[in-house]
Ligand binder design. Structure first.
Ligand SMILES: NC(=O)c1ccc[n+]([C@@H]2O[C@H](COP(=O)([O-])OP(=O)(O)OC[C@H]3O[C@@H](n4cnc5c(N)ncnc54)[C@H](O)[C@@H]3O)[C@@H](O)[C@H]2O)c1
Ligand SMILES: [Fe+2]
Length: 389
């Protein structure tokens, strides 16, 4: 499984050659939509049901890997309704109890870390928001992290997928701690995939953040810098292991309507025919406002993150941690020519009520924010993200 653009590029070629060389009988589906929707998931599910495959190989970014997880799940549970496994309150959030087929994920971005997570995200067209399916059962059986697959990524795809790694690390490190979440599920099978920050996910998040600080700019600016591209590819998987267990919070929760309500934005370097706000861009644009807001709780973690990202904190006061991290992020984004806030991708103040409305059902992640938020808080966060510099 892959997308149309990648089907012409070296990573897919390498996989097809390998399958052919070892005499594996296969079919290729290259109709994955970049930033998948419920419709595009359903198309892949139909294909998977019809093919009755023994195993799946997903070659691509998060869009491809997520689509393949959904195809595997519903082909393995053919009588289920699409909404059965979709996160509540949008879907029924049923636990997965059927066995799935093996899925080998070959990521080509750096990235979503989707090769490590039990999450598949799609844009629910009817509601104009992104939501997803979250269950350990859909985690790929194997991830093949080969940095050569990232060498063909154009500049903005490296940048935007790298911002996703940055936010996965920052959000999972600052998420509500696992022992402060409530209520406890009545049965362990109902435990959410995202359990809150914990000592194990912290290790992965911090390590990924250090790599992002050292290598993201280099990976964006120089496609020949193999050390930087390889390091970011690993950071993507590391951050995935971190957030896949701890979860993410407000940048991601607010990103889902930012992507879902897209107007005419056509990002540079994306070889697609529809408007889209790339996932990494949709999460990073609110990051300065979000961390200025959440730093009240665990300010020391926010300050530590700012320091890792290059801030000089020798004379910093702990109560300024949020502003320091926000300023550090703004500078980081400015240096990388990122669009100047939500206004630059087509939103205005008049869109804020719809953006807030689209964030409210994202409780799976917004409840992991260390600081609870009201509708007014969300409104203020969107407003503060209209312009960054
Ligand atoms: N499952 C998870 O845990 C998880 C986590 C974060 C994001 N996501 C989801 O993943 C999706 C975003 O995935 P993504 O950022 O990896 O990008 P993507 O899969 O949407 O791909 C973006 C573009 O990059 C191109 N591309 C990918 N690899 C390339 C390469 N090596 N060379 C040239 N072009 C290449 C693709 O063809 C596409 O046009 C979103 O839908 C997002 O919501 C999922
Ligand atoms: Fe993400």
């Amino acid at each position: 499984m892959t997308d149309k653009n990648l089907s012409q590029l070296p990573p897919v070629n390498a996989v097809l050659n390998s399958l052919t060389k070892y005499g594996i009988n296969f079919q290729m589906y290259d109709n994955v939509r970049v930033e998948p929707t419920d419709h595009s998931f359903l198309d892949a599910i139909k294909y998977a049901k019809k093919g009755e495959f023994d195993a799946y190989v997903a070659v691509g970014g998060g869009s491809v890997i997520d689509t393949c997880k959904a195809a595997n799940l519903y082909a393995s549970s053919p009588t289920s309704d699409f909404l059965d496994y979709v996160n509540a309150p949008i879907g029924k959030g049923k636990p997965v109890t059927v066995p799935l087929k093996p899925l080998i994920a070959v990521p080509t971005t750096a990235g979503t870390g989707s090769e490590t997570t039990g999450v598949a995200i799609f844009d629910f067209k009817e509601l104009k928001i992104k939501t997803g399916i979250a269950s350990r059962a859909i985690k790929p059986t194997l991830g093949i992290i080969d940095p050569l697959h990232t060498l063909s990524m154009p500049e903005r795809i490296v940048a935007n997928s790298g911002f996703d790694v940055l936010c996965h690390a920052l959000e999972s490190y600052t998420a509500l701690p696992y022992n402060m979440r409530s209520p406890c599920p009545s049965n362990p099978i109902n435990r959410p995939a995202y359990q809150g920050s914990n000592p194990i996910s912290d290790v992965w998040a911090l390590h990924a953040l250090r790599i992002v600080a050292k290598y993201l700019k280099r990976a964006i600016r120089n496609p020949e810098d193999r050390e930087a591209r390889a390091s970011m590819h690993l950071a993507s998987a590391f951050a995935g292991i971190g957030f896949g267990n701890a979860g993410v919070h407000l940048c991601h929760g607010m990103s889902y309507p930012i992507s879902g309500l897209v107007k005419n934005y056509k990002p540079k370097d994306y070889n697609v025919d529809h408007s889209l706000v790339p996932h990494g861009l949709s999460v990073v644009l609110t990051s300065p406002a979000v961390f200025a807001f959440t730093a009240q709780i665990h300010p020391e973690r926010h300050l530590e993150a700012a320091e890792i990202l290059g801030a000089d904190i020798r004379t910093a006061r702990i109560k300024d941690a949020g502003f320091i991290l926000a300023d550090t992020l703004r500078k980081f984004l400015f240096d990388l020519n990122v669009d100047d806030g939500l206004a630059a991708i087509g939103y205005s103040k008049a869109d804020i009520p719809a953006l807030v409305k689209g964030t409210l059902p994202q409780e799976r992640v917004t409840k992991l924010s260390p600081r609870p938020q009201t509708e007014e808080d969300l409104s203020a966060l969107f407003e503060a993200s209209m312009k960054l510099y």
